[in-house]
Design a protein. Structure first.
Length: 206
C-alpha cells in the first residue's frame, strides 16, 4: 500500500488498483465533533459517488468502504489528472476535453447533483473520458444558483491555473454544457450574475 496524496482532509493510498481515501483527524476540533464531521463527509461522498456513477464517469465504490472507519475504497482511475495535463495537449484535443468536462457536469446537474469543488485537480482523463472525483463537498439541490456556482468554480480554476488558453477552454466547457443540459439558458444567465458578484467582491476586498 502506497501513500500517493496527502491533502488537508484526507490521505489517499493506492493498493494494487484500489484507491483508499481515509479522512484524517483534525486535532484542533474536539474529538466528538471531528469524528462526526469525518463520518458525515465520508458517508456523503460514498452516497454521492454511488448516485453519480449511474449517470457519469466516476470511480466505482468498492467493498470495504466504511463511514465508521472514515474510509472509502474505490476504483483507481489510472489516467492523467487535468490540473497537470490540460495545457500539454494540442488545441484540438484540449477543446475536445473541455467539451467533455461540460458534458459530464451537465449530465451530473441533470439529476441535481452539485459537485461543490470543481477544479481540474478533481478531474482525471482516462481513455478520452473525463472522470470527476472528490465528492466530499457535493450535495443534491435543483436550484440553478448552485449549478451556476459549479460552473463559476471551473471558470476560476481555468483562469488561475490554465490562463494561457482560458478563453477557448472555458468556451468549450460551456459549449459541452449547453449540448447536454436542458436548462443551460437559466444556468448561464445565473452564471453571469455570479461572475459579476465575484468581481465586485474582488474589487472591494480589504
Ligand atoms: N479514484 C481515484 N483514482 C485516481 N486518483 C485518485 C482517485 N482518488 C483520488 N485520487 C488522487 O488523489 C488526489 C486527492 O484526492 P481527492 O479525492 O481529490 O481528495 P482531496 O480532498 O484531498 O482533494 C487527487 O487529486 C488524485 O490525484
Ligand atoms: Mg481533490
Amino acid at each position: 500500500m502506497k501513500l500517493i496524496n496527502q491533502g488537508a482532509e484526507a490521505k489517499i493510498y493506492l493498493d494494487k488498483n484500489i484507491i483508499i481515501k481515509e479522512r484524517i483527524p483534525k486535532t484542533y476540533r474536539i474529538k466528538e465533533l471531528d469524528e462526526k464531521i469525518r463520518k458525515q463527509r465520508t458517508r456523503r461522498e460514498i452516497s454521492m459517488l454511488e448516485k453519480a456513477s449511474k449517470i457519469i464517469n466516476v470511480p466505482k465504490i468498492l467493498m470495504g468502504s466504511s463511514e465508521k472507519e472514515f474510509k472509502i475504497f474505490m476504483e483507481f482511475i489510472d489516467g492523467k489528472k487535468l490540473s497537470e495535463s490540460l495545457d500539454l495537449f494540442d488545441d484540438k484535443k484540449r477543446i475536445e476535453i473541455c467539451n467533455n468536462i461540460g458534458k459530464e457536469v451537465a449530465l451530473m446537474h441533470s439529476v441535481n447533483i452539485i459537485h461543490g469543488d470543481l477544479t481540474t485537480s478533481n478531474m482525471i482523463l482516462k481513455d478520452d473520458k473525463v472522470f470527476l472525483i472528490d465528492f466530499g463537498l457535493s450535495f443534491i439541490d435543483p436550484k440553478v444558483e448552485h449549478k451556476a456556482v459549479d460552473l463559476h468554480l471551473i471558470r476560476q480554476a481555468l483562469d488561475s491555473k490554465h490562463y494561457k488558453n482560458y478563453e477557448s477552454s472555458f468556451k468549450s466547457v460551456l459549449d459541452g454544457y449547453k449540448k447536454y443540459s436542458n436548462e443551460s439558458k437559466e444556468v448561464l444567465d445565473r452564471l453571469n450574475k455570479v461572475d459579476i458578484r465575484g468581481r465586485y467582491k474582488q474589487k472591494n476586498k480589504n
